[in-house]
Design a protein around this ligand. Structure first.
Ligand code: ADP
Ligand code: MG
Ligand code: ZN
Length: 631
């Protein structure tokens, strides 16, 4: 007999069983971070709240155990489109799954009920309002579910950004189905919402599993908005043929931008709450089925879209909080492959949002204003975007990346040296710091900017500050720019603001700047196009290079066209057939036999049976035509 405790052996055995399921049904051979832990909780019957960023692989945390455990698991999900997507994907992988929601006819619902009674299903998806009805609870008691997964669990919390009153009913679930273990899944990062989820669902003993929020495969870029149409076009042109989303703040902006892009030959569709249901649905489907590449939308578009191969998310306007930005940009690259998140902002966006927020209740308004200011600081900031975002959510990039963090993230405009920095950053920063010193560290950023700009404001005159050596030092620049520089110095830790009055103070690091030993990064004023555009192609991020390694791009395109046709025939989204990662692996490995096909990332038994022949034929065909072309 081998060594090790019994517990360790059963753990090893459970791990093997799950891995076997992952290989067989999904064609994956390893876990994403925290998945193994989260699955172990489900297998062992320890309640859990799992917090992983968008694309972190939350669905598999309950789907794989559901397949492994005897009986049927129940999944609560807030949107019909989400349920449909997941059920379609599961069925494609060969997992018996179904959903019960109001979009099904009475007959279809009856059929699903019979399948539940006949114990044919491994997973049943249901909306919260349906779940809490007497009839349904009776059906469930008969079926004795193996466990219940509550997806998008932040919908239960008023503090979340997407509260749904129906989710509140789930608080009664533990009493209604005693003894059934509950697990909650969300991408919401704030502590308050996490705690609220546990409280609302009465998960007193739950394990709290919180993943890292960094998304290394996303390349972040921020640019000041100048000519938005040209800027958006430049970003779209970097991703010809790829799927992506362009977000605008207002509906009118959506319509306008969409029309102009359409006239220029881009395949785009609009999406916002002002369009009727049928149009919205049609446009969404066209995007999901890859009949069009790009959707131009307000934030109304997104939740319920699990499309895994979104290769870019462009913000034509600034979102109102880092939470919103994390969520919206997070829709890119769910498949773990490289994707680009570009944000165009202007000071006007800040004003627009401020005005919109002004009607809120005082308390909520203060929170929203602070988040808006954080968002603006992110835009004008000059620290690594990955670092800035995870820090906002209370994490450190170094924790996620270990020693490599010091090299820079390799996937943001700051770390790739793509920022347009002022040539005279040092002199300018020294001037600003001198001004703060001359003001005896007793004034805020607005006032300091006025002095630097040489303002004739009454307060400046009365204070006698017109005679300071730094008075008017930056008079050649705009107020906005000087204000931004002040914030950039704060963000890089050369200045800090006191908590109460936001008075500017020098930090220790400031001394090094004054001594000329260290140069802060100060951004140049907007000049229309970014350096990346003026100097040609932007630098490619590290993930981009790795995931295209050895991939035959021509074959990839051919397989993508095949996927689109197959998906259209079956009436399912393209990525339900195969994800981009699977297609790239095919175009890399170029398998010629069924056995080799099974080695492709994302190919399990069922998919091989269904699609092996047709994809192998396409690969063979490509090889012969390519060879023919060389003759
Ligand atoms: P979330 O719900 O957390 O946003 P999803 O469950 O939609 O994330 O998963 C995101 C993507 O990651 C999907 O394309 C999924 O198939 C893929 N994925 C999940 N787990 C794994 C794994 N262990 N190996 C490879 N890919 C995975
Ligand atoms: Mg999900
Ligand atoms: Zn970076």
């Amino acid at each position: 007999m081998s060594g090790g405790t019994f517990a360790a052996r059963t753990r090893g055995c459970m791990r093997e069983r799950i891995l076997e399921v992952l290989r067989r049904y999904w064609g994956y051979d390893s876990f994403l971070p925290l998945q193994e832990h989260a699955m172990a909780c489900v297998m062992r019957g320890t309640e859990s709240v799992v917090v992983l960023p968008t694309g972190g692989g939350k669905s598999l945390c309950y789907q794989a155990p559901a397949v492994t455990l005897p009986g049927m698991a129940l999944v609560v999900s807030p949107l019909i489109s989400l349920m449909k997507d997941q059920v379609d994907s599961l069925v494609e992988c060969g997992v018996p799954a179904a959903r019960l929601d109001s979009s099904l006819s009475a007959e279809e619902q009856g059929a699903v009920r019979s399948r539940v009674r006949a114990r044919e299903l491994k997973l049943l998806y249901v909306s919260p309002e349906r779940l809490m009805t007497d009839g349904f609870l009776d059906l469930l008691r008969g079926a004795a579910p193996s466990f219940i997964a509550v997806d998008e669990a932040h919908c239960v919390s008023m503090w979340g950004h997407d509260f749904r009153p129906e989710y509140r009913q789930l608080g009664a679930l533990k009493e209604a189905l005693p003894g059934v273990c509950l697990h909650a899944y969300t991408a919401t990062a704030t502590q308050q919402v996490r705690d609220d989820i546990a409280r609302q669902l009465r998960l007193t003993e739950a394990r709290m599993l919180v993943g890292l929020f960094d998304r290394p495969n996303l390349a972040y870029k921020v640019e000041r908005r100048a000519n938005v149409l040209e800027q958006v076009r430049a970003a779209l042109d970097r991703h010809r043929g790829d799927s992506g989303i362009v977000y605008c703040i207002r509906r009118a902006d959506v319509d306008n931008l969409c029309q102009r892009l359409g006239e220029l030959g881009y395949r785009v569709r609009p999406y916002h709450a002002g369009l009727d249901d049928a149009t919205r649905k049609r446009n969404q489907e066209a995007f999901i089925r890859e009949e069009v590449e790009t959707i131009v939308a307000t934030v109304a578009f997104g939740m319920g879209i699990d499309k895994s191969n979104v290769r870019y998310v462009i913000h034509a306007g600034m979102p109102k909080s880092p939470e919103h930005y994390q969520q919206e940009s997070g829709r890119a690259g769910r498949d773990g492959l490289e994707a680009e998140c570009t944000l165009f902002y202007s000071a006007g966006d800040f004003t627009t949002w401020s005005r919109l927020l002004s009607e809120m209740e005082p308390e909520a308004k203060a929170v929203a204003q602070a988040k808006l200011a954080d968002m603006y600081n992110y835009c004008t900031g000059v620290t690594c975007r990955h670092q800035a975002l995870v820090r906002y959510f209370g994490q450190e990039l170094a924790a996620a990346r270990g020693a490599r963090a010091a090299e820079g993230c390799g996937a943001c405009d700051v770390c790739l040296g793509d920022l347009d920095c002022l040539d005279e950053s040092l002199e300018t920063a020294q001037g600003v710091l001198l001004c703060v010193t001359e003001l005896e560290q007793r004034f805020g950023a607005d006032y300091t900017a006025q002095v630097l700009l040489g303002s004739r404001d009454q307060r400046v005159v009365d204070n006698g500050h017109t005679s300071l050596p730094s008075y008017g030092l930056l008079a050649a620049h705009t107020r906005r720019l000087v204000r931004d520089w002040l914030e950039q110095l704060v963000a890089q830790g050369y200045l800090c603001k006191t908590e109460d009055y936001h008075v500017l103070r020098l930090t220790e690091k400031a001394q090094q700047v004054l001594a000329g030993e260290e140069t802060p990064r100060l951004l140049k004023p907007a000049a229309g196009a970014s350096r990346a555009e003026r100097t040609g192609k932007p630098k490619t991020s590290k993930t981009a290079k790795e995931s295209w390694d050895g991939v035959d791009a021509g074959l990839f395109e051919a397989l993508r066209a095949l996927r689109r046709d197959l998906a259209a025939d079956k009436g399912v989204p393209a990525y339900v057939v195969f994800g981009d990662a699977a297609l790239r692996d095919m175009a890399r490995l170029k398998p010629t036999t069924a056995t080799a096909f099974l080695l492709v990332h994302g190919v399990g038994e069922k998919k091989r049976q269904q699609y092996g022949d047709v994809f192998l034929a396409a690969i063979r065909n490509y090889a012969t035509t390519a060879a023919g072309g060389h003759r």
